[in-house]
Ligand binder design. Structure first.
Ligand SMILES: Cc1cc2nc3c(=O)[nH]c(=O)nc-3n(C[C@H](O)[C@H](O)[C@H](O)COP(=O)(O)OP(=O)(O)OC[C@H]3O[C@@H](n4cnc5c(N)ncnc54)[C@H](O)[C@@H]3O)c2cc1C
Length: 391
C-alpha cells in the first residue's frame, strides 16, 4: 500500500516549505516532495529583499504580515532567517512620482511605515549616493533582507517538527486522479496517496500543472545577479535600493559586497528550460549593472567585481502568482509564478494556502486576486509602474 497523507506538496522552495509548516501546525499529515534538496532551487538563490512597496492592498498586507514574521522568526517559526534591517529606498523619475505617492498612501492605510525623503536626508542614510537627478524617494525604515537558504531550511525543519514528511531527491512525475478528483502522485520513488495535491514547483509550475492537464501561463526565465566588493571607505552596509532610473536594485551582502540585479520587464523574455540553462553570469551583464551601479553610487567605481550567478524567475503575464484550485473542487491546487518577488511574501503565502486547503471560512488573505481565470477574463493584477516586478 502507498503511504497516505492529507496533502502532498510538490516543491520545497519558500512556498512549499511555508505552506507545509502551516498545514502541519494545523494537524494535517503532509508530505513535502522535492526533486533536488531544500534551498537548492531559485529560493536559495534569491536576493531575499524584504520590502513593503506594492501597488495593491492584498500584496502590501501580505508583505507587512511577512515582515513581522521575519522580524520575529525564532518565535513565529523557529530557527534563523538572517533578517537584516537596513531600510529600503525606492527612487523614481517624474513620470512615476504620482504612482509612488499613491502606493505610499496605500501602504500607510494598511499600517506600513514609509516616508518621502529629500535628497539631503537620503545622503544621511546612504553616504555617497548620487541624488541630484532624483524627483521622489520613498523610504521604508523597517525593510531589509534575509538569508534565503537559512529561511527555507528553517521552515522545512519547523514543518518536520510538526510531523511533516520531507522527501528530497524525489521527483513528482505524475498527478493521479480518480474521476475528477486528485488521489495522489507518482514519484521516482513510488506512489503517494492524498486527496489534495499542491503545486509549489515555481519555475517548473507549468510543467507540474500539465501533469494534471492544466495549462498555466508561467514561464521559466533566466535572471542574473552580480557582486561587487565595496572600497574600504564604504564598508558600512547601505540600505536596499530600488533605482527605477537606472533600472537596478542593489543591497549589501556579507563580506563588504554589494549585490546588484535588474528591475527590467525584459527579463520576462529570457525564457529557458529550467533543467538546462547557463547558471553562470555573462561578462556583459557584470559590465552593464556595474556601470548602472556607479551612476547611483559613484564610490563603486573603486569596487572589484566578485562574480555572480544566474537563477530563475517564474513569470506570469502580470508578474503576479497563480494561487487557485484548478479545476475547481478537484483537490489540485497551484501556488506558483511569483515572478521574481515572492520570497518576501512567503510567510503570508503559507497562511493563505493553508486557509484554502483547509476550507477556512474567514481567511486571513483572500486569494481571489491570484485566480487563474483573471487572464481569460482580461482582468490582470495592475500596478502603478511599468516595472512589473514591483507590482
Ligand atoms: C536571482 C533572484 C533574486 C530574487 N530576489 C528576490 C527578492 O529580492 N525578494 C523577493 O521577495 N523575491 C525575490 N526573488 C523571487 C523569489 O526568490 C521567488 O519568488 C521564490 O523563491 C519562489 O519560491 P517558490 O517556492 O515558488 O519556488 P522555487 O524556489 O523555484 O521552488 C520550487 C521547487 O520545486 C521543485 N520542483 C520542481 N518540479 C518538481 C517536481 N516535479 N517534483 C518535485 N519537486 C519539484 C524545484 O526543485 C524547486 O526546489 C528572487 C529570485 C531570484 C531567482
Amino acid at each position: 500500500m502507498s503511504p497516505t497523507y492529507d496533502a502532498i506538496i510538490v516543491g520545497a522552495g519558500i512556498m512549499g516549505c511555508s505552506t507545509a509548516f502551516q498545514l502541519a501546525k494545523r494537524g494535517l499529515k503532509v508530505a513535502l516532495v522535492e526533486k533536488r534538496t531544500i534551498g537548492e532551487g531559485p529560493t536559495g538563490r534569491s536576493s531575499a529583499i524584504i520590502r513593503q512597496h506594492y501597488s495593491n492592498e492584498l500584496t502590501a498586507r501580505m508583505a507587512l504580515y511577512s515582515l513581522r514574521v521575519f522580524q520575529n522568526f525564532e518565535e513565529r517559526v523557529g530557527g534563523e532567517c538572517g533578517f537584516r534591517q537596513t531600510g529600503f529606498v525606492v527612487m523614481v523619475e517624474a513620470k512615476d512620482r504620482a504612482g509612488l505617492e499613491a502606493n505610499m498612501a496605500l501602504q500607510r492605510r494598511v499600517g506600513i511605515q514609509t516616508e518621502l525623503l529629500q535628497p539631503e536626508a537620503l545622503r544621511e542614510i546612504m553616504p555617497g549616493v548620487e541624488a541630484a537627478d532624483l524627483v521622489a524617494v520613498a523610504y521604508e525604515p523597517e525593510s531589509g533582507y534575509a538569508d534565503p537558504y537559512l529561511t527555507v531550511t528553517a521552515y522545512a525543519q519547523a514543518a518536520r517538527r510538526f510531523g511533516a514528511t520531507l522527501l528530497q531527491n524525489t521527483e513528482v512525475t505524475g498527478i493521479r486522479f480518480r474521476h475528477d478528483r486528485v488521489v495522489g502522485v507518482e514519484t521516482t520513488e513510488g506512489r503517494l496517496d492524498a486527496p489534495q495535491v499542491l503545486n509549489c514547483a515555481g519555475a517548473w509550475g507549468a510543467r507540474v500543472a500539465m501533469m494534471a492537464g492544466v495549462e498555466v501561463p508561467i514561464n521559466s526565465c533566466r535572471v542574473q545577479v552580480a557582486f561587487f566588493r565595496r572600497p574600504p571607505d564604504h564598508e558600512t552596509p547601505h540600505p536596499v535600493v530600488a533605482d527605477f532610473i537606472n533600472a537596478t536594485y542593489f543591497r549589501s551582502e556579507t563580506g563588504n559586497l554589494t549585490l546588484v540585479g535588474l528591475v527590467d520587464p525584459a527579463e520576462a523574455d529570457a525564457v529557458v528550460d529550467p533543467d538546462n540553462y547557463n547558471e553562470g553570469t555573462d561578462f556583459d551583464f557584470i559590465l552593464d549593472v556595474g556601470e548602472r551601479l556607479v551612476r547611483r553610487y559613484p564610490a563603486m567605481e573603486r569596487s572589484d567585481s566578485a562574480g555572480g550567478y544566474a537563477s530563475l524567475y517564474a513569470i506570469t503575464p502580470d508578474w503576479h502568482a497563480i494561487v487557485d484550485e484548478v479545476p475547481a473542487n478537484s483537490g489540485f491546487f497551484i501556488c506558483s509564478g511569483f515572478s521574481g518577488h515572492g520570497f518576501k511574501l512567503g510567510p503570508a503565502v503559507g497562511v493563505m494556502v493553508a486557509d484554502m486547503l483547509t476550507g477556512e471560512s474567514d481567511p486571513e488573505f483572500d486569494p481571489h486576486l491570484f485566480r487563474l481565470r483573471r487572464f481569460a477574463e482580461d482582468d490582470p493584477v495592475r500596478g502603478q509602474y511599468e516595472y512589473s516586478i514591483v507590482g
